[in-house]
Structures are given as structure tokens and as C-alpha cells.
Design a protein around this ligand. Structure first.
Ligand code: LMR
Length: 314
């Protein structure tokens, strides 16, 4: 995009850092958002995207957004768990059966409630983007039953629900930022991790992992978010353009995430040094039962009718 026609005073810059690679659902959607907004605003809005934690690692992102040093971020919802414990709803094991159920939640009363809670904390939720379902990888042994997790050490994103999930199986968990994960696996600081197909593939997380279980045991998605302060500083027509574009990109992102999950799983299956065990529907039900007590554990920790009612239906 040629910005020569737009003076610095006229231009709005949106800095948008993220931690994953570019060829991921989040990376591709950020690129699409940038392209569409710059075109539609005739260069008056410039979106600067910073992939691969090149600007900040994931926990710093939220802090820097609050300080106004970046204007938009899309962290894994779990990374909001300290600011908003209710966000851990999305970490409950086997909460969703498919991507459609995730989208229904995001667009329905629970999504609206999360948005309201975030607003009270100073954030404007723009969209929920999907990545996909989490799988388990490790360098010790094939994991077929929850009992196989016993004694292993996994890297997790910061979330008490995820910690509880591993504790229930007698496994240990260590919280590390995403940009430290590859090295932690390489150095043997952790034996395994849980992540989506696209992250395992894109960051080559399988390199130091011999085993993967296609468990689909949890969801990983993103809060596409800005601050109330930044949002309220924007003119009405800019807000409308941003909202319409984000809605369009969100629809595209969700389709892309579902497609990438399928395609990249086939690529992982080609990795000669990675042995994959795929849970059957019956095994998934058994895993779900094993971890189901996290639901009650979670609702005891929060005080929110809308979310508690939703969990009860699960
Ligand atoms: C992780 O930390 O494993 C993921 O949340 C990274 C991401 O943003 O997908």
C-alpha cells in the first residue's frame, strides 16, 4: 500500500502483534484484516502486524495493549484467565463437539456475557477467532488412556482449569509462554505439551516429540480485542468499517481454521518420526468422563449465572 497520499496526522496506525506463525488461522486472518482495512480506508488506516512473538511474548501482549503501545491483539483465551477467570470456560476439556458449537457459544448469550465482563475490565471484544482442538504430544510414550498421562510433565498456557485437567490425571504442568515452548521441548524441560494441529505443524513442535494423541480434548481460540479507551477514541465511521471488516474476516477465519485443521493433520501424519494415536469416539467419551469434574471445579470458582447455566447443560 502506498501511503504517500495520506499525511501522518490523517493516518491511524493499528499495531497488531501475535505469537503464532504467519501460516496459521490467526496469522492468515491478521493478514487478511490488514489488507482489507488498508484498502477500504484508502490508506488512512495502517495495520502493522507482528507475527511470531516478534514484538512481545504472549503475556506481555495484554500488558502492552493496556498501556496503549499496541492497539489490537488476539491472544489465546486462556491467557486472559488472570484478568477474567470466567474465560477459562473455554478451557474445559471436551466442552465442544465441533466448531459449530464454538461459534454458537461465541455468537450467543455466553459470548455476550464474556464481552460484557471484558468491557468492565477495560477491553472491547471484537471477535472470537478459532484455531481448533488441542492434541497431546510427548517424548515418552504413546498416550491412549488418561492414566497414561500419570507422572509426565506438560507445558501449558496459564489457566487453572488446564492445570486441574493435568492434575486429575496425575501429571505435572508448567506454564510457559508460547515462544519458549519449542526450546523447552528441545531442552527436555517439559516432556510434552497440548496444542492445536496448526501450531504443532507450524512451529514444528513435533521435532522433539515422538508421540501425538489425536485427543481433541480441548478448544483453543482467540479473543480479538482492543481497549475501551482506544475504541472510544475512534470516529463512528471508522468503528463501523472496523466492525464490518472484522465480522467478514471472522467468518473467513473460522472456515480457514476448520480446513487447516483437517489438512495439516494429514501433513502431521506424514511425519515419519511422529507416532500418532487417534482416540475413537468411545475413548473420547471415556476421557471426557475422566475430566468432567473440572466442570464443577470451575463453576465453584466463579460467580456468574449465565456461564454456570451453560456449563450445566454440558
Ligand atoms: C499456546 O500458547 O500454546 C497458544 O495459545 C499459542 C496461540 O496463540 O495459538
Amino acid at each position: 500500500m502506498d501511503y504517500d497520499q495520506v499525511s501522518d496526522q490523517e493516518r491511524l496506525i493499528i499495531r497488531f502483534p501475535y505469537v503464532t506463525g504467519e501460516n496459521t488461522p490467526k496469522g492468515l486472518a491478521a493478514k487478511k484484516f490488514k489488507e482489507l482495512i488498508e484498502k477500504r480506508s484508502n490508506g488512512k488506516i495502517e495495520v502493522q502486524v507482528f507475527p511470531n512473538s516478534s514484538l512481545y511474548s504472549d503475556y506481555k501482549e495484554i500488558e502492552q495493549l493496556q498501556k496503549g503501545n499496541v492497539q489490537m491483539i488476539a491472544p489465546h483465551t486462556a491467557k486472559f484467565s488472570e484478568i477474567l477467570p470466567e474465560a477459562q470456560l473455554l478451557d474445559l476439556p471436551y466442552l465442544f463437539n465441533n466448531h459449530e458449537e464454538v461459534d454458537e457459544l461465541a455468537e450467543g448469550p455466553v459470548g455476550a456475557e464474556i464481552s460484557r465482563l471484558l468491557e468492565k475490565k477495560g477491553f472491547k471484544l471484537l471477535a472470537v477467532w478459532n484455531n481448533g482442538f488441542k492434541q497431546l504430544t510427548n517424548n515418552q510414550k504413546p498416550i491412549q488412556t488418561p492414566e497414561d498421562l500419570f507422572g509426565l510433565v506438560f507445558r501449558i498456557a496459564h489457566s487453572e482449569v488446564i492445570k486441574e485437567q493435568f492434575e486429575l490425571a496425575g501429571a505435572k504442568s508448567i506454564v510457559l509462554p508460547f515462544d519458549e515452548l519449542y526450546r523447552a521441548l528441545e531442552a527436555g524441560k517439559v516432556q510434552g505439551e497440548e496444542n492445536t494441529v496448526s501450531n504443532i505443524n507450524n512451529k514444528r513442535l513435533y521435532t522433539h516429540q515422538e508421540y501425538m494423541t489425536k485427543s481433541d480434548h480441548g478448544y483453543l481460540g482467540y479473543f480479538v480485542i482492543t481497549t475501551n479507551q482506544f475504541w472510544s477514541s475512534l470516529p463512528k465511521d471508522t468503528k463501523t468499517m472496523l466492525e464490518e471488516t472484522i465480522d467478514e474476516v471472522t467468518e473467513w477465519e473460522r472456515q480457514t481454521a476448520a480446513k487447516m485443521e483437517e489438512e495439516q493433520y494429514l501433513q502431521l501424519k506424514q511425519q515419519e518420526d511422529l507416532s500418532i494415536y487417534e482416540l475413537s469416539p468411545k475413548e473420547k467419551t471415556e476421557w471426557r468422563n475422566t475430566f468432567h469434574s473440572t466442570y464443577q471445579w470451575f463453576t465453584n470458582k466463579i460467580d456468574n449465572k449465565v456461564i454456570e447455566e451453560y456449563v450445566k447443560t454440558k
